[in-house]
Design a binder for this molecule. Sequence first.
Ligand SMILES: Nc1nc2c(ncn2[C@@H]2O[C@H](COP(=O)(O)OP(=O)(O)OP(=O)(O)O)[C@@H](O)[C@H]2O)c(=O)[nH]1
Ligand SMILES: [Mg+2]
Length: 356
Amino acid sequence: MNVNLQDFGYGNDFAQEAEKYEGLFPARVSEQHRELYKVICPRGEIEARVSGKFAHWADDETSFPTVGDWVMIDRLDGRTGHAIIHHLLPRKSVLMRQMAGTKSTGQLIAANIDTVFICMSLNEDFNVRRLERYLSIVWDSMALPVIVLTKSDLCTDLPHKLREIAGVSLGVDVITCSAMHREGIDEIRSYIAPGKTIAFVGSSGVGKSTIINTLMGTDVLVTQAIREDDGKGRHTTTHRQLLLLPGGGIVIDTPGMRELQIYAADLTRAFEDVEELSALCRFSDCSHGSEPGCAVRAAIADGTLSEERFESYIKLQREALYAGLKARERELAKLNRMFGGKSGVRQHQKYVKNRR
Ligand SMILES: Nc1nc2c(ncn2[C@@H]2O[C@H](COP(=O)(O)OP(=O)(O)OP(=O)(O)O)[C@@H](O)[C@H]2O)c(=O)[nH]1
Ligand SMILES: [Mg+2]
């Protein structure tokens, strides 16, 4: 099978980076099962592992390839054993959360995505506070968030729910859909274009895989009914997977998340309203406690800002790993993530130097 890498999102930027590595071939990670990867290369999908050297120099989890990453491999034919991944190409975007149960280990969700569909169902799963969390991490990823409200056929108070969403969506597009009634699917399609990558994230059971199956035109992904007693999903999708849509465009399905702990967040976008108010406080370092002239407290008092949203903002601010860092340090940390950690930056610099 011959594959056109452009269909999988390979553009000039990646090609320029790939040129630095003579004798190696570019490939995109389509699946990851612990140390074993599947990658798409010009001859099709093959299995791959990172080289010993790669693993040795990796700083942490974020240095390793994830689904959506472009990597440099040593062969195009899987019949002579696994391909070996020698390098990770700098990322355009990377979505990550904090690994559950740890303090500061980031876990990658997907890389090189253009748009993230934050899926939330209009039944039991509906929760605007959780949506704020998703928006904060997606804004930080460099990809564009779109809110996808699923299962509209099960919703009896749509106008009320849309009003609640409006209070946190701040300029983010909102799509209402029902895979069951085939409603909103064209609107979803309008975000998809050849070479562009869309990741689907959200709780288990909200219908991520069902939408992708609808887009694919066939049931390539397994889906399963949610639990009857509490309306929660059964964690049907167990690994992240990258798929090419028949009409062009790439989608990444992800397993439903049990909890979404923040690793790095961009609250300036997700909480633009609160940040704008903060700028109006009399004291520039106002903690929005009992200081005089606090615009945030005033907005809460007159009902323009909800207390819950403000508390959510404070909570996420404390949770984000980079919360205490200055803007410049935050940028540096982000740069590291894009390059796959400090080792990625070093390797990259070394190669550029050797070529000169
Ligand atoms: N009523 C209704 N049910 C839907 C709709 N979309 C999906 N479902 C059902 O919801 C259940 C869960 O759908 P999935 O696509 O497996 O959900 P998921 O988000 O992929 O879940 P995980 O893989 O566990 O993360 C299935 O039984 C679907 O048939 C919809 O628009 N309306
Ligand atoms: Mg699924």
